[in-house]
Design a protein around this ligand. Structure first.
Ligand code: NAG
Length: 122
């Protein structure tokens, strides 16, 4: 119930979901505000995180607000170089990008509450 109340409080809107890789990462993330999930399909924590991430995306998409937040994900097993460039040292990690600039990892970004609060403040 706490989460439902929080979801209703979200004011940001989400624009689309993109699977990012070496072909599109730079072109896609160079504009706008992005939350990018770095993960590995074989990592249990990544698998456990998937529904939480999905819920944050869905709840933001349902929200209304002036700001667009783009969501994307990078499979680090397939895209080692992108993950190394972002200094990813554990999975899953959510990184905030603004106009292509890495603004750092979302603190405690494996929890719905932390992610939702962070997104709301963007
Ligand atoms: C990136 O993903 C797109 C769409 O899934 C695919 O067409 C492209 O070949 C991929 N590029 C690389 C380098 O994996």
């Amino acid at each position: 119930m706490k989460f439902a109340a929080l979801a209703l409080a979200l004011v940001s809107a989400v624009s689309g979901y993109t699977l990012l890789n070496a072909s599109n990462f730079e072109a896609e993330t160079k504009d706008g505000i992005w939350l990018v999930k770095y993960y590995s399909p074989s990592c249990p924590w990544s698998r456990r995180f998937a529904p939480t991430w999905q819920k944050v995306y869905t709840d933001l998409q349902d929200g209304l607000g002036p700001k667009d937040i783009f969501f994307g994900e990078v499979d680090c097993k397939e895209n080692r170089a992108i993950c190394d460039a972002a200094d990813i040292d554990g999975y899953p990690t959510v990184v905030h990008y603004n106009q292509g600039v890495n603004k750092g990892e979302v603190p405690g970004g494996q929890s719905y509450e932390n992610l939702a609060n962070y997104a709301q403040a963007l």
